[in-house]
Structure formats: C-alpha cells, structure tokens
Design a protein around this ligand. Structure first.
Ligand SMILES: Cc1cc2nc3c(=O)[nH]c(=O)nc-3n(C[C@H](O)[C@H](O)[C@H](O)COP(=O)(O)OP(=O)(O)OC[C@H]3O[C@@H](n4cnc5c(N)ncnc54)[C@H](O)[C@@H]3O)c2cc1C
Length: 295
C-alpha cells in the first residue's frame, strides 16, 4: 500500500523546524530515520497531513562525550553511536544494547532519538535510558524542556512529547565508578524485536562485592520495567552471587501479556532467566573494568 497524501517539509535549521511544527501542530509528524514511521504510513496506521523531515538538520547530527554523559543529537543514527568508541567506552550499555537492535541496514538509518520517541515496549533504548537515569531534551517554538526518562515513557508507542515539539537530543549519563553492564535478549529470529530483553547495571565495591544492581526489562509491560536487584545480590562476591535470586525478583516484578508471539508465562520465564544471565555478565564486566583501571 502507499501512504495517504501528506505535505512534505524540509527545514534547514532547528528554528525553521520548530516554526513548521508549531504551524502544523497535531497534524504533523517528525520524520527521522523513517524505520518505524514509514511502515506505519504505508500501512495507513498513521496518516499525518504534514511530515517534517529533520534529516537535514546538521546541527542535530552529533554524539558528544562529556565528563558526565553522552549526549546524542536527534539525527545521529544507531550505527554511528554503536561504532563510536568514545561513546560506548563512556556508556558501555549503549553499545551492548544497540548491537541487538534490528539489522545493520536498519541501524544505518534509524536514529537513537527516534527510537526513544517511538516508545515501542519492545525497543532496547528506552530501557537503557531508564536504567541510566537519562534525560530527553525537547524543544518547541515556545521554548525547551528536559524530561527525565522515568517520566518520558507513558505507554506503548506513547511518550511525553507534545504536538509541536521536536526531541533534539537524548542524554545518557555515565554509570558510576565500579559499574559494569550487560544486555541480553531472546528473539524468534536474529534482528527481530525481542520477546524479552534485559539490561543490568551492577556497581561493585572496593572488595569486588556487589554494592547495588538494577535491571530494566523490555517486552514484558507497556514501558520498560525497572527492578532493583540489590536485595538479591547486595554484599555478595562478583563471581559467586545468587544470580537465580535476582532472576526471581525480575520474574515477580514483570506483568507480561499473551500475544501471537509468546505466552505471558514464557515471557515471565525469560525475564527471570535473562536477568540472572545479564546480572552475572554485568558483574563480570565491572570486575574486568576495575582490573583494567577503566571503571
Ligand atoms: C525490520 C525492522 C526491525 C526493527 N527491529 C528493532 C528492534 O529490534 N529494536 C528496536 O528498538 N527497534 C527496531 N526497529 C525500529 C528502529 O530501531 C527505528 O529506527 C526506530 O524505532 C525509530 O527511529 P527512526 O529514526 O527510524 O524514527 P522514525 O521512524 O522516523 O520515527 C518514529 C517515530 O518517532 C517520531 N520521531 C522521530 N524522531 C523524532 C524527533 N527527533 N522528535 C520528535 N519526534 C520524532 C516520529 O514522528 C515517529 O512518530 C526495527 C525496524 C525495522 C524496520
């Protein structure tokens, strides 16, 4: 099928883009990598009267690695971030999770910020932003605002972005000293959306014991489900903790539904198994970084 007719806008600067978005309001949609929006248009599940193409906004094609965070501009593609050693060195979970997004062809075009705004419950990056306590930067003709990850994802394909707003960047804070991370997921075929995916961040103390641990699970609820694993793992050695107990905490915390791809029981089972696996890998990662003096 072909999309319904729309007016195409190609602003050359951010202020121009914000003016167009203010003018078209509810009738407009931002077009970034098009990897999610174009299929929706072709299937006529979305029929905006105006598309505002932001791909020409060179000022948003940025990946800035700072002392505290990695700031990814709205036009930076998944692949650019995935292969940016400074960015993935500062926030390893970014590289670990992006590697599991779709296929290279999709990652070459799709944007990190587009994926966050799209707010698919099966997408990896919303969980990464939530787990790291990151922030979205949003702009409109009326001004700009920042929204914490915890307040940004409202439901399936629903974010806190308002009509007329452009998400200009996502800020992924560097994890604290002594941290390690891991991403694990299960999909029916390589490159498919995950039936369940889990990211874990573990912080080790000086004695290489678990100080704190957190997970974020995808595809098991309308938004990423955060689980504090510290009760199960805290104070235990990084290489001999009760990983299964961490998995049980996650399995108890998620509330998946049956759908055509998997039963709720299977997804819950995956949340437990993948959390145990990711927690063990994240603790090993933290120990490795400490050993190299890199954490
Ligand atoms: C075959 C296939 C498999 C995929 N598998 C996965 C997967 O496993 N995991 C995963 O996470 N994703 C997956 N995706 C989606 C992919 O990651 C997309 O890149 C991403 O979801 C959307 O990014 P985009 O830049 O393409 O955004 P678009 O498709 O251009 O836009 C998506 C939505 O976000 C809005 N939007 C985008 N950017 C902005 C902005 N800066 N400001 C305001 N609104 C904005 C658009 O208006 C639209 O509503 C897959 C896609 C395909 C085609």
């Amino acid at each position: 099928m072909k999309p319904a007719a729309f007016a195409y806008h190609r602003p050359g600067t951010v202020p121009e883009a914000l003016d167009v978005l203010a003018e078209v309001g509810h009738d407009g949609k931002v077009l970034a990598g098009g990897q999610s929006l174009v299929p929706l248009l072709n299937m006529r599940l979305a029929a905006p009267a105006h598309l505002v193409d932001v791909n020409w906004l060179a000022e948003l094609d940025t990946v800035a690695v700072g002392d505290r965070a990695v700031r990814v501009g709205a036009v930076a593609r998944h692949a650019r971030v995935e292969h940016d050693r400074a960015a993935t060195g500062a926030v390893p979970l970014l590289g670990q999770a992006i590697a599991d997004i779709a296929h290279e062809t999709v990652r070459n075009r799709g944007t990190v910020v587009g994926s966050l705004v799209h707010a698919d419950p099966a997408a990896e990056l919303p969980a990464v932003l939530v787990l790291l306590g990151g922030t979205m930067e949003l702009a409109s003709a009326g001004g700009s605002r920042r929204v914490a990850a915890a307040d940004f994802f409202l439901g399936p394909l629903e974010s806190a972005l308002r009509p007329g707003e452009l998400a200009t960047a996502a800020v992924f804070p560097r994890p604290p000293a002594g941290s390690g991370s891991a991403w694990t997921e299960v999909a029916r075929r390589h490159g498919d959306y995950a039936l369940c995916g889990v990211g874990v961040l573990v912080v080790l103390d000086q004695g290489l014991r678990v100080g704190s641990a957190r997970a974020a699970c995808i595809s098991v609820g309308p938004v990423p489900v955060q689980v504090d694993l510290t009760d199960a793992l805290g104070g235990q050695p990084h290489d001999a903790a009760d990983w299964a107990a961490a998995g049980r905490l996650a399995a108890a915390a998620v509330d998946p539904e049956d759908d055509i791809h998997a039963t709720a029981a299977y997804r819950r089972h995956l949340a437990g198994v993948l959390t145990a696996r990711a927690a063990r890998a994240a603790a090993a990662h933290a120990a490795e970084l400490l050993d190299r003096g890199a954490a």
